[in-house]
Design a binder for this molecule. Structure first.
Ligand code: HEC
Ligand code: HEC
Ligand code: HEC
Ligand code: HEC
Ligand code: HEC
Length: 399
């Protein structure tokens, strides 16, 4: 399939969907995520500059633990080379549609082509969108560089919103502390809080399932009945880690591997035991399962490969080619029958390619004429995507 055709419809898919999501807003969550703005034109009376500052470095002065976890997360790096390298192709309005998830505040929007060009340049000079040490005295980049920043989830009209107060469990407006107190809201503890960016509407289903279907997958699992929300796994004890498929320990925690060699049959069983959605939840990663029979010298005599992936392609509209992902609680058995008599070792292994789909997008972009800065950024993104591949599991049974 032509790679060039791959990217553009992918962009189009993203753009329409937020318009739908934004049409009704009866409840607190919908209004929280409807055209989110952290400020109003009138700034609060009597607040020190530090409390008026929306930069993550400012929050870090008093919320150091949240900052040091968040800065390692993908949320902190959502204004990425792979994202903004695509923007010159797309123009301002379409780029801002992407920012609805990658840098969602009104204050983070791009306002002109000049600003976009400047943004690409500063990304090349200063790849990190904020000061990693949380220092406030350095050059501060525009807030969009901080991606899904603290204020994106926590600040609306200058006011801070957060989960029920840790020490008391209290909800509602809580006085004191800094920034005029804060508003404690139960919804911060629920999976629905993550939905505006991690769940597409059913109207965008491909073969019955939207391309991002994480919250629906969670709803169909045993986890809601057990009171396990996205936050339980991705923000344990409220830690702002947001670890996912790019983190080997996180993925290992989610799966159980059992391998055995009986006579001539090698079996490899993989069970999803602690993943609150399909493994993997997106169409972007690809996981490879191998069983290999080797002889004494390490030569592969026989092998089999299986793919765990939801594969979609654009052929006059999006189509699902296959879906071999593991659902929550599901076990899958992989078998290499008749291991050759001369084999002395059977190797069981699993590889993860977290950004498989994006690699294709980047390669297709690079095959086109891009502006110089964009080319450099997309090259960086492709290089990083390749570096993200890893071996999740390997085990050998000796005969
Ligand atoms: C000068 C120190 C200071 C700065 C700067 C500051 N905060 Fe706070 N923040 C506090 C204090 C103190 C509390 C109250 C904690 C409590 O009572 O449990 C608080 C409470 C909060 C809460 C509520 C926590 C909960 O239990 O729900 C959130 C959310 C929050 N801040 C976010 C931010 C964000 C985002 C920024 C940066 C844009 C920021 N704060 C900047 C001191 C600060
Ligand atoms: C404003 C939109 C937005 C909200 C709200 C949001 N996310 Fe994200 N999330 C993103 C984006 C964008 C990325 C990808 C960042 C990147 O790599 O460019 C991401 C990435 C992640 C990842 C890492 C995925 C990986 O590949 O490793 C996890 C885990 C995650 N989010 C969990 C959550 C959870 C849990 C919540 C709710 C508490 C949440 N997110 C709320 C936009 C959001
Ligand atoms: C509905 C929310 C949403 C919208 C809108 C959105 N993204 Fe993302 N994007 C995500 C999430 C969540 C991830 C991380 C999960 C994954 O690996 O796919 C992500 C990951 C990415 C990545 C790989 C990680 C990185 O940052 O390098 C790229 C590139 C990307 N998006 C580009 C785009 C582009 C271009 C647009 C606009 C055409 C767009 N996105 C619109 C939610 C969104
Ligand atoms: C993607 C959304 C998101 C981002 C980005 C984010 N938070 Fe949070 N934050 C949450 C959620 C959700 C909770 C509640 C988690 C829970 O209850 O399990 C929370 C909780 C908190 C709390 C209360 C912690 C406690 O122990 O009681 C503070 C303070 C806070 N965040 C500050 C920050 C700061 C500072 C940043 C940036 C460095 C930040 N947050 C970035 C979603 C976010
Ligand atoms: C029971 C624990 C658990 C729950 C609940 C859970 N996750 Fe995950 N999540 C994981 C593990 C483990 C991984 C790594 C394996 C994987 O990628 O599926 C992961 C991966 C991810 C990723 C990485 C991208 C990908 O393709 O897999 C995102 C994004 C994500 N989760 C978001 C969410 C959101 C949003 C929710 C709530 C609707 C949620 N998770 C609920 C454990 C959980």
């Amino acid at each position: 399939m032509k790679l060039k055709k791959l990217f553009f419809p992918f962009a189009v898919l993203f753009m329409g969907l937020l318009l739908i999501a934004a049409t009704s807003h009866q409840d607190w969550l919908e209004s929280h995520w409807h055209k989110p703005a952290a400020t109003t034109t009138t700034s609060p009376h009597g607040w020190p500059d530090l409390e008026k500052n929306l930069a993550p470095e400012a929050c870090a002065q008093c919320h150091a633990a949240q900052f040091s976890a968040w800065k390692e997360s993908f949320h902190a790096h959502a204004y990425s080379p792979g994202l903004i390298g695509q923007f010159p192709h797309m123009g301002i309005s379409d780029s801002n549609d992407c920012l609805k998830c990658h840098a969602p505040l009104a204050e983070q929007k791009l306002t002109s082509i000049t600003e976009l060009s400047a943004s690409l340049k500063s990304k090349l000079i200063q790849p990190e969108g904020f000061d990693r040490d949380g220092k406030l005295d350095g050059v501060q980049l525009p807030l969009r560089h901080a991606g899904v920043t603290c204020a994106a989830c926590h600040v609306r009209g200058w006011q801070r919103f957060g989960p029920p107060q840790r020490s008391t469990g209290a909800v509602g407006h809580i006085e004191g502390g800094a920034h005029g107190g804060f508003n404690a809201v139960k919804k911060f503890e629920s999976s629905q809080f993550c939905a505006s960016c991690h769940q597409f509407p059913q109207a965008y289903a491909i073969n019955g399932k939207p391309m991002e279907n994480t919250v629906a997958e969670w709803q169909q699992s045993r986890f809601p009945r057990e009171g396990v929300q996205c936050q339980t796994c991705h923000m344990p004890d409220r830690k702002h880690e947001f670890k996912g498929i790019h983190d080997i320990q996180m993925v290992r925690k989610g799966l159980v591997f059992e391998s055995s060699l009986n006579a001539n049959i090698a079996t490899f069983k993989i069970t999803s035991k602690w993943i609150g959605h399909a493994f993997p939840t997106y169409v972007t990663p690809k996981v490879l399962v191998h069983i290999q029979a080797l002889d004494q010298s390490g030569l592969v005599l026989k092998q089999k490969e299986w793919v765990i992936e939801r594969k979609v392609e654009y052929r006059d509209g999006w189509q699902e080619i296959s879906d071999t992902r593991l659902l929550p609680g599901e076990s899958r058995m992989y078998v290499l029958a008749t291991v050759p008599a001369s084999a002395t070792v059977v190797r069981f292994s699993v590889e993860v390619i977290p950004d498989n789909f994006y690699k294709g997008v980047y390669e297709s972009l690079l095959s086109d004429a891009l502006d110089a800065d964009a080319t450099q950024l997309i090259n960086q993104a492709l290089k990083q995507a390749n570096l993200n591949d890893y071996q999740l599991y390997q085990h050998e049974e000796v005969r």
